[in-house]
Design a protein around this ligand. Structure first.
Ligand SMILES: Cc1cc2nc3c(=O)[nH]c(=O)nc-3n(C[C@H](O)[C@H](O)[C@H](O)COP(=O)(O)OP(=O)(O)OC[C@H]3O[C@@H](n4cnc5c(N)ncnc54)[C@H](O)[C@@H]3O)c2cc1C
Length: 438
C-alpha cells in the first residue's frame, strides 16, 4: 500500500500524527486477539489508541492501529462490593454515568472525562487530593493480551507482578482488554473557586493541601494571581450553579472567551501581558454537585502541555522557580500553570511511585512555540528528580528516566516477558523505555 492510500490518524491536540498500515475496530476480546496474532504472524507492530488525548507520540504506529470505539461496554457492576468490570475503551464520561446509576463513583478523577479508561491508566492520569492516588490506583484487576496473543488475567493475587506494572503500562505490555475497578459510594463535592494572590496561596500551601480533600490552583503567568479550587467531599444536597451559570462559566468564559484571547495573543504576542492581567477577574463560584461533574470540565480550546511530578515537599520552591523563569525569560504564556497534589502509590512507572507528589503543568495555545518554555521548566524539574507525565510533552530518554523510578527494572522484566519482540513498541516507547530486551 502506498503511503498516500494509508489511513491517517492524529491526536486531540493535532501535534502528533501517523499513517498506520490499517485501522482496526474490534468489538470483542477475540477480535483484539486476532489483531495481535495476525500482526505477530506478519511481523507487524500494534498500537491501541484510546481517545487520543495524549500530547506525546505514545499512541503512534505505522503498523496496526487498534481503536476501541466498538469496545466500551460495562460488563458487570457489583453494588455490594462497589466494583465494576468494563471493556477497556469505555470513556470516563460514560463510566461515571453508569456508576452513578448504581449509586457508585470513582474516588478521584482528572480534570476532563473524554479519555478511555485504559488510556487514562496507561499514562498515570491523575487528579488532585493529598489523600488520593491517580486513576490507576483504583484498578483491582485486568485482562491483558500479550505479544503472542495469549490472555493474561492479573490482580493483586494472580500474576501480581504483571498487575503491578500493567496498571501504568504505557501501552508497552500488551492490549488491556478489560479492567475491574474499585468504586466508592457516590458522593457530592462542595466546590469553591476563587482568585487569590499567588503569594498568599503559597504561604498557606501546606494548610490548603492538608485541609481540603481536593485542592489545586492555576497561577496566571505575568500576574500575581492564581485561580484556586477547593473541593470538599460533603453530605450536603445538590446546590448546582444552574444551567445558564454553568454554560457561562464553563463554555463561554473558560472556553469561548479564552479561545478568543488565545488567538489574539498568538497574533499579537505583545498583548499577552494585558490579556493575562485581565484573566483572574473571572470571579468566584460556590456550588455543590455530583463528584464527577465537579472534577471534570469541558476543554474546547486546544493546547500543548508538559507536566511533571515532583516530591510534594518541593512544591513551593519549584513553583517559585517557574515564576522566576517566566519573569527572567520574558515569556508570557497565556495559559495558566496548573498545580496539583496526590498521594504516593506502589505502581512501578506511576509518576507518583513511592512518593506523595506535586504536579506542575505548563501549557501553550496550539500552534505556539513551546520548546524554550518547556525546556526551561524541565530543567527546574530535573533538580527534583521530576517524572514527566507519560502522555504529555517532555524531552527525557530511558537513560535519564531509569534512575528516577526505583522499580524500573521490575517493569522492564514484565515487558520482556509479555512483549519480547517489541510488538507494542513505537519510537516514543523506544526513546523513553529503551528497546525491549527479552
Ligand atoms: C484536554 C486534556 C486534559 C487532560 N487532563 C488531564 C488530567 O487532568 N490529568 C492527567 O493526568 N492527564 C490529563 N490529560 C492527559 C490524558 O489523561 C492522558 O494523555 C491519557 O492517556 C489520555 O487517554 P486516552 O484515552 O486519550 O489515551 P491515548 O492518548 O489514546 O493513549 C495513551 C496510551 O495508552 C495506551 N492505551 C490506550 N488504551 C489501551 C489499551 N486498551 N491497552 C493498552 N494500551 C492502551 C495507548 O497505546 C497509549 O500508549 C489531559 C489531556 C488533555 C488533552
Amino acid at each position: 500500500m502506498s503511503p498516500k492510500e494509508r489511513p491517517h490518524w492524529h491526536n486531540w491536540a493535532g501535534n502528533q500524527q501517523c499513517t498506520p498500515e490499517r485501522i482496526e475496530r474490534p468489538s470483542s476480546e477475540q477480535g483484539l486477539i486476532r489483531v495481535v496474532k495476525q500482526a505477530a504472524a506478519t511481523g507487524r507492530r500494534v498500537k491501541v489508541v484510546g481517545s487520543g488525548h495524549s500530547f506525546t507520540g505514545i499512541a503512534l504506529t505505522d503498523g496496526r492501529l487498534v481503536q476501541l470505539s466498538n469496545y466500551g461496554r460495562v460488563l458487570s457492576i457489583d453494588r455490594e462490593k462497589r466494583t465494576a468490570t468494563v471493556q477497556a475503551g469505555i470513556s470516563i464520561a460514560r463510566l461515571n454515568e453508569e456508576l452513578d446509576k448504581q449509586g457508585l463513583a470513582l474516588e478521584n478523577l482528572g480534570d476532563i472525562n473524554y479519555q478511555s479508561i485504559s488510556g487514562a491508566i496507561s499514562t498515570a492520569t491523575h487528579g488532585t487530593g493529598r489523600a488520593f492516588g491517580g486513576i490507576a490506583t483504583q484498578i483491582i484487576g485486568m485482562r491483558l493480551i500479550a505479544g503472542d496473543g495469549s490472555v493474561v488475567e492479573c490482580s493483586p493475587e494472580k500474576e501480581a507482578d504483571v498487575f503491578s506494572a500493567a496498571r501504568v503500562g504505557l501501552g508497552a505490555l500488551g492490549i488491556i482488554s478489560t479492567v475491574t475497578l474499585n468504586g466508592v459510594k457516590a458522593f457530592n463535592l462542595h466546590a469553591l473557586e476563587m482568585p487569590m494572590r499567588i503569594d498568599q496561596v503559597l504561604e498557606s500551601l501546606d494548610e490548603h493541601i492538608r485541609d481540603n480533600d481536593h485542592f489545586e490552583f492555576f497561577w496566571v503567568p505575568g500576574t500575581g494571581w492564581a485561580l484556586t479550587k477547593f473541593n470538599q467531599r460533603t453530605d450536603a444536597p445538590l446546590a448546582t450553579r444552574g444551567r445558564w451559570r454553568e454554560f457561562r462559566d464553563d463554555i463561554l468564559i473558560n472556553n469561548v472567551a479564552f479561545s478568543v484571547l488565545c488567538r489574539i495573543g498568538r497574533l499579537r504576542p505583545s498583548l499577552v501581558p494585558s490579556i493575562a492581567r485581565a484573566m483572574p477577574s473571572s470571579g468566584r463560584a460556590e456550588y455543590v454537585d455530583k463528584s464527577y461533574r465537579v472534577f471534570a470540565s469541558p476543554r474546547l480550546v486546544r493546547f500543548y502541555e508538559m507536566e511533571y511530578g515532583i516530591p510534594i515537599e518541593a512544591a513551593r520552591e519549584a513553583v517559585n522557580r517557574v515564576r522566576a523563569l517566566v519573569k527572567q525569560s520574558g515569556l508570557v504564556p497565556i495559559f495558566p500553570v496548573e498545580v496539583r497534589f496526590t498521594k504516593g502509590d506502589d505502581i512501578p512507572l506511576s509518576t507518583a511511585s513511592g512518593r506523595d507528589s506535586c504536579y506542575i503543568a505548563v501549557h501553550v495555545f496550539e500552534g505556539m512555540q513551546y520548546q524554550q518554555y518547556f525546556e526551561g521548566v524541565e530543567d527546574i524539574m530535573n533538580d527534583y528528580g521530576g517524572r514527566p507525565h507519560w502522555g504529555k510533552l517532555h524531552f527525557q530518554t530511558a537513560e535519564t528516566l531509569a534512575p528516577r523510578y526505583p522499580e524500573w527494572q521490575r517493569f522492564q522484566q514484565v515487558r520482556a516477558r509479555l512483549d519480547p519482540e517489541g510488538r507494542f513498541s513505537n519510537p516514543y516507547l523506544d526513546r523513553v523505555l529503551g528497546p525491549t530486551r527479552s
